[in-house]
Design a protein around this ligand. Sequence first.
Ligand code: HEM
Length: 197
Amino acid sequence: MTSVHPPVVSYPLPRLPVPIEPAPELLSLARQSPVNLSLLTLLAHPAQRARLQAGPALLPGAVEELIRYVQLSSALPPARVTTEEVTLGGVTIPAGGMVFTLFVIANRDPAAFPDPDTFDITRQLGTHLGFGVGAHHCLGAQLARAELTEAFRGLLGRLSGARLAVGADQLRFKENMTITSLMELPVTWGAGDGTGQ
Ligand code: HEM
């Protein structure tokens, strides 16, 4: 499957998941993958990482920007059924119509986020749709924020000189997953341009 939007750091999205993973694994991935993909994002953006290492006070904003920027799930977007006729973006959807809420795409809306494909930990982010909105807003949002914050509070000091040990196109992802999930994240320390080259 190809992304309908430029992918985060040019990593390939997994193919459409059929069948999908069982619920316990889904919950487990909801906790592992944000940290893994956020680490990948920071490795792919060495200048942003250096700013964060130099200014740990930027961490809360960086975590929100990671949640906006990282495409945790592009497959099987949540579906909603309209209870009445509604016009969205000039398109009229009848009552009982199915709408797919692509939060990852909304998070790259240039009308809401200037230069949306740029990862910028100092972005003045009023809000984002990384955790959805309304009745189904993510139940794990605060847990996810706390896990990302603590993971990077612990990891940042160890990442000086770290870079991907392989090219982004060589990263391997688990298949048949609704949540984008790495098989492994090869990291090395030393010379290189920070992108595995
Ligand atoms: C950065 C990490 C995470 C992101 C980006 C994320 C994103 C989302 C999004 C966009 C939704 C809304 C789905 C919809 O509108 O139908 C959602 C719902 C949900 N999330 Fe998360 N999530 C994350 C972490 C977690 C964690 C760690 C847990 C639990 C341990 C969790 C549990 C749930 C549950 C149970 C729902 C369904 C809520 C409902 O339908 O009422 N999430 N999440």
